[in-house]
Design a protein around this ligand. Structure first.
Ligand code: ZN
Length: 442
């Protein structure tokens, strides 16, 4: 049985509506770098997938970083001189500056203003954090700020910053090979839909779909708070990073924008696979070169690790106006965009699963194909004489079927059918990481 990128009937998250509904369930949690909001999110994933949650205690040294105190919030609000409660955390967790220290104080409007954050759009509440500074603050719309009158304000933040841990969730799906495909996203944004929840639910749906498939690679899924989460995972897995043969950091998968693929730092098969899948889909997309700016790929592709990890999104995080604001809500994310993103990821996985590299075993002249019955459709209708000749000619152990697809313009499926037929006839041999494989003889 071979990998099939069509969605398995009955997979619970296999529709745009189901993923969107799961986002609605996760939306209220107060996700941050640490804390109960992250754990609630991982617990919700854990009810669908056999996830393990890994905790790294406060104070643990992780490369150049140290896990900070755990942040949890009970309530937070501002009371106006009229006694009205505004910027209430209970209404939206975006109102509270992430990692605010506890405070209960009265102060003038002038003093309060130093702790208030607004968005360039006067109607929107921004999303702001201060993980590494001991401070407090509130976020509100500029319109609301402009309406505040002089007088005495009370601010109340009932929060704790105490020894605890950073939590990430990990899921392994075993394939035939030990070599792994790493799929990862962040879980540190509070009530924001596209920039965060879309990636969380699409990866969950992908994990569910892959669990029901025969797989060549093993798959490892990671849901972790941004930057420090991947660093904790890398730190915990230093002795097994050489198993990572392909990787994708995913984010922002529910907006109506076109797909964007950002190449890995080192250049890798995942780049060729993603670019092939996107191009073959005929859908609008953009390919970006590696830059050291962006999301968690900055850690996976830092020079010491330099893993073969690219980044996959629709509109990149900073390229849609709703980014990091109250407008990035459940209405902004489209079920059909979530589904299309899931289908594209499945297609990329399929390309990775189907790609192989071969060596021509009879490179001196062309082998006589007619004698072997290969001069007619073999291995399915898509196999053609042209594909046989391309595979024979370019299979020198260094060029994969994806490389041959790029050079020949032939579809990967057709080249793979040709390669299967040639392999059956012992005319090519598959190259594995360890070297040449024995002819399969199947
Ligand atoms: Zn973000």
């Amino acid at each position: 049985m071979e990998f099939d990128h069509s969605l398995t009937p009955g997979s619970e998250l296999g529709t745009g509506e189901a993923m969107h509904a799961f986002m609605g369930e996760l939306f209220p949690f107060n996700r941050s770098l640490t804390g109960e909001g992250v754990r609630s999110t991982l617990a919700a994933l854990g009810r669908r997938l056999p996830l393990s949650v890994v905790e790294t205690p406060t104070g643990t040294q992780v490369f150049d970083w140290s896990v900070p105190p755990e942040w949890n919030v009970r309530e937070a609000w501002i009371e106006t001189p009229d006694g009205a409660r505004i910027a209430d955390f209970a209404e939206s967790n975006l109102h509270l500056l992430g990692y605010s220290v506890p405070v209960d104080a009265t102060l003038s409007l002038g003093e309060l203003r130093d702790h208030l954050f607004t968005h360039p759009d006067p109607e929107l509440v921004p999303y702001r954090t201060a993980y590494w500074a001991r401070r407090w603050g509130f976020c509100m719309s500029r319109r609301q700020l402009e309406e505040l009158r002089e007088g005495t304000y009370r601010v109340h933040i009932d929060a704790t910053l105490e020894p605890g841990s950073l939590s990430y969730g990990e899921l392994a799906i075993a394939g035939r090979d030990e070599q792994e495909f790493l799929l990862t996203t962040y879980v540190c944004h509070p009530s924001l839909a596209n920039d965060n929840l879309s990636g969380i639910v699409v990866l969950a749906a992908l994990a569910e779909a892959l669990s029901a498939q025969p797989l060549r690679y093993s798959y490892r899924f990671l849901w972790s708070p941004g930057t420090l989460g991947p660093l904790c995972w890398l730190h915990n897995n230093l002795d097994r990073l050489d198993r990572v043969e392909h990787g994708l950091v995913v984010s922002c998968l529910g907006d109506p924008g076109a797909f964007t693929y950002k190449r890995s730092r080192r250049g890798a098969d995942i780049d060729a696979a993603a670019e092939y899948a996107l191009s073959a889909s005929g859908l609008a997309h953009a390919i970006r070169s590696w830059t050291p700016l962006g999301g968690d790929e900055r850690q996976f592709c830092s020079p010491g690790f330099d893993l073969p990890v690219g980044a996959f999104s629709r509109s990149p995080a900073d390229a849609f106006p709703e980014y990091h604001s109250s407008a990035d809500n459940l209405d902004f994310v489209r079920p059909e965009a979530l589904l299309e993103s899931l289908q594209m990821l499945l297609r990329i996985v399929e390309v990775v699963e189907r790609n192989e590299t071969y060596v021509n075993r009879t490179p001196y002249g062309e082998p006589q194909l007619g004698r072997r019955g290969l001069y007619r459709p073999v291995g399915g209708e898509s196999s053609s004489e042209g594909a046989l000749l391309w595979v024979l000619n370019l299979s020198d152990g260094s060029r994969s079927l994806l490389d041959i697809a790029q050079q020949s313009g032939l579809p990967l499926e057709e080249l793979r059918s040709a390669a299967d037929a040639l392999e059956e006839n012992e005319l090519v041999e598959r190259v594995t990481r360890a070297g040449l494989e024995q002819p399969s003889g199947r």
